[in-house]
Design a protein. Sequence first.
Length: 317
Amino acid sequence: RDCQSLIAVARQKNIPVLVDPKGSDYEIYRGATLLTPNLHEFEAVVGAVGSEEELVQKGQDLIAHLDLQALLVTRGEHGMTLLRPNKPEFHLPARAREVYDVTGAGDTVISTLAVCLAAGAGMEDAVALANIAAGIVVGKLGTAVVSAPELRRAVHQEGGMGRGVMSEEQLLIAIEDARAQGEKIVFTNGCFDIVHAGHVGYLDSARKQGDRLIVAVNSDASVKRLKGAGRPINTCERRMAVLAALEAVDWVVSFDADTPEALLEKCRPEVLVKGGDYSVEEVVGASMVKSWGGVVKVLDFVEDVSTTRIVEQIRKQ
């Protein structure tokens, strides 16, 4: 009776009502926005389910009978299935790599759904995020929670965004997540107009100075100011794509200034690396990195290999 009163008031005010149902009397949830039973709870109400088709049909019958807007059946290692009136079923496979404890998985699902829907996400996006969150929490022992960095990192990995070319905003989030895992951030920068063997060896050495390597790339306008007319040979987009394909490189980002100091200030790496014949004091941003306890290292390039020399040889030919 109390559930019905709450649901009635919420519907009048257009407030979604999400229910993680208990018991076998689902009449008390009539008119709710969404129910999230697990498969065992679902079968206790509608009877045994022998196939995907039967699950969908019985789910749709329950939606119609209880005047629900949606039904999400969580199915353990088989993932979860979202059902809505007059829409095709939306099935997501389980995301957990290893399952240690399912305690709290249902709570994680409904709480993630609530946050997403309250933030304006669509139902399918909310369910997808809840599925990822549940996959994280069952990989922990005991009643556990999912932190924002954990969820962001999982979403990035899900969408292939854990590595590669990033915007500055995406990079800062990735750095935050990496630091939450105790990882050391390494930063280097350059024009990288024609990526050659010297760059590859240098970046491999740079990556070994920590756990994650950021490569900051001068924009086309920046390269032109620094190198003169006729440069860059390759556009920034192409230069970044090549760098992102290297195994040693985690994140690639561009910057428009002549130096990366503004970006360094935001990233605050533990290690700043530069290649070439520099002293540590000559490295741009060295004093800044040292001010927050970071270290600066100068690494050698492969001898007799440079972009400028390659460009000169091509032009002579």
